[in-house]
Design a protein around this ligand. Structure first.
Ligand SMILES: Cc1cc2nc3c(=O)[nH]c(=O)nc-3n(C[C@H](O)[C@H](O)[C@H](O)COP(=O)(O)OP(=O)(O)OC[C@H]3O[C@@H](n4cnc5c(N)ncnc54)[C@H](O)[C@@H]3O)c2cc1C
Length: 269
């Protein structure tokens, strides 16, 4: 370069700062690789405190998924929650590849928003073509992926019911687990218990019915330096705004660790 100045050099460029980018950046920066992360979106008003986001959501007429993060400098163009099929309308080349869902384009990606449901795929989900004649089979099996599922559960902090797995999911679906959940399952809500008492023991077309819980990436007890979640964690799409809930905080922790190991992060890139 002119004047002897040098361009920064990197071993790895990560595009996107969601949970996948956060975990990869941390591991690579820890291994002393020079990492830079390019993120299309901006920085959510976390520095103002979560109350700013709660307020933004509470005062939004739409109460849409992006309501907590409103602000011109925060969100990169993204699918509109009210009409996700128009995401690529600004570029005719992409019209044929409509993205019929929505996600968050800001630092942290969709961890800001996900509900914390933690559902592993079942072994047959990897064999959709050979088992059911639909789609294509995955190039890997449940058993090959299982150790990584377990590792991710300890990274995220997942609360789930091991007894249910042993009594039901493993014998019925072969959903083997190499490690127990990091935390016991969340307590069922009043509604959960009520529905279970009405449904359990019945059958539909000869298939016995049983209400089971869903594992959540939400603390059921203090874990990884974070408190147990407060109050209900079910069926609310702004799970990140409540203390003790996990995914964005986990992602943020990974970012901080990655940056402390020397990784660089550029927003609005
Ligand atoms: C409302 C909602 C609820 C959800 N609930 C659940 C749930 O309960 N359980 C569950 O398992 N999953 C859930 N999900 C899905 C889950 O959040 C995502 O699968 C996960 O967060 C994806 O992580 P990621 O790192 O792969 O990608 P993302 O989090 O999508 O991150 C991608 C990042 O890349 C950036 N980016 C994209 N293109 C570019 C570019 N060209 N240049 C630079 N940056 C770019 C984006 O801005 C974004 O920050 C939910 C998602 C939403 C939106």
């Amino acid at each position: 370069m002119a004047n002897g100045a040098t361009e920064p050099e990197f071993d790895v460029v990560i595009v996107g700062s969601g949970v996948a980018g956060a975990l990869v950046a941390h591991r690579m920066a820890e291994a002393r690789l020079r990492v830079t992360i390019l993120e299309a979106g901006g920085v959510a008003p976390d520095s103002l405190g979560r109350s700013a986001m709660v307020n933004s959501y509470a005062t939004s007429p739409s109460k849409a998924t992006d309501s907590p993060f409103c602000g011109e400098d925060i969100l990169a163009p993204q699918p509109a929650p009210v009409n996700p099929t128009n995401y690529y309308d600004y570029d005719n080349n992409y019209k044929k590849d409509q993205f019929k869902s929505f996600y968050q384009r800001l630092i942290g990606g969709s961890t800001w928003h996900w509900q914390g449901l933690w559902v592993r795929m079942l072994p047959n989900d990897f064999r959709m073509k050979s088992e059911y004649g639909a789609g294509v089979d995955w190039p890997l099996t449940y058993h090959e992926l299982e150790p990584w599922y377990a590792q991710a559960e300890y990274e995220m902090g997942v609360a789930g019911d091991d007894d249910e797995v042993a009594e039901y999911l493993e014998p019925r679906f072969g959903a083997y687990r190499s490690r127990p959940y990091p935390m016991p399952g969340l307590a069922p809500s009043f509604l959960d218990s009520h529905v279970a008492s009405a449904v359990d023991g019945r059958s539909l077309s000869g298939i016995p019915l049983r209400v089971t819980s869903v594992a959540h990436a939400v603390n059921s007890r203090p874990f990884d330096g974070r408190p147990a979640a407060m109050g209900t964690v079910r069926a609310c799409h702004s799970v990140q705004l409540r203390p003790g809930t996990k995914p964005w905080s986990m992602s943020k922790k990974r970012w901080r660790l990655a940056l402390s190991c020397g990784a660089r992060l550029s927003s609005r890139a």
